[in-house]
Design a protein around this ligand. Structure first.
Ligand SMILES: Nc1nc2c(ncn2[C@@H]2O[C@H](COP(=O)(O)OP(=O)(O)OP(=O)(O)O)[C@@H](O)[C@H]2O)c(=O)[nH]1
Ligand SMILES: [Mg+2]
Length: 171
């Protein structure tokens, strides 16, 4: 891992940000409700309230200055998305869309991808399960790249269907 690169997790309460953080870092303790910004190694975990309540957007913006990538977390088991359309375009950092809980039977992965495409007009979207370890290595790799172009080239080389590169220019 290129040590200088860091990622911030944003997404709704209970979307799986902390569980994913721990899985990415190989931590074995269970995630507990996040009450404040948590800095651990190359990841900054945020409370879901920061994304759900526009009052906290300024905290997200300020914290984004400390990272290279922002991970937009969408729970595959939830019908709702709490991201405003184009949310990622207001943050001048490399976006990565992440679908969580792909292992759950009620997960609707195509729907979750559609939601993230509206948030991230241009960028990779990774399908993950912290439970099964699915998609984790792809995220670790993507965070090492320093441009959308590099991330796209990496995605195009992947043969499995755990990652796509979205490019919907006119949305
Ligand atoms: N089956 C399954 N459950 C998951 C997965 N990821 C998270 N969960 C569950 O989802 C619940 C919420 O996970 P958290 O990681 O605490 O969610 P969070 O986004 O950090 O929530 P806040 O800290 O409140 O913003 C927990 O019960 C997790 O066990 C997954 O990949 N698969
Ligand atoms: Mg949390």
């Amino acid at each position: 891992m290129a040590k200088k690169n860091r990622a911030m997790m944003v997404g709704s309460i209970g979307a799986g940000k902390s569980t994913l953080t721990k899985a990415l870092l190989g931590r074995t303790n269970d995630a507990v409700k996040t009450q404040s910004l948590i800095y651990d190694d190359w990841i900054v975990d945020t409370p879901g309230e920061y994304t759900e309540n526009p009052m906290y957007y300024k905290n997200i913006m300020a914290t984004s200055l400390e990272v290279t990538h922002v991970l937009f977390i969408q729970d595959a088991t939830k019908k709702k998305t709490i991201f405003p359309p184009g949310f990622s375009t207001g943050i001048n950092k490399l976006p990565i869309g992440v679908v969580t809980k792909a292992d759950v039977e009620s997960a609707d992965i195509p729907k979750a991808i559609e939601k993230l495409k509206r948030v991230i007009p241009k960028g990779p979207i990774v399908i993950t399960s912290a439970e099964e370890g699915r998609g984790l290595e792809i995220i670790r790799q993507l965070v090492q790249y320093n441009s959308l172009k590099e991330m796209r080239m990496y995605v195009e080389k992947q043969l499995d269907d755990h990652v796509i590169f979205n490019e919907s220019l006119y949305k």
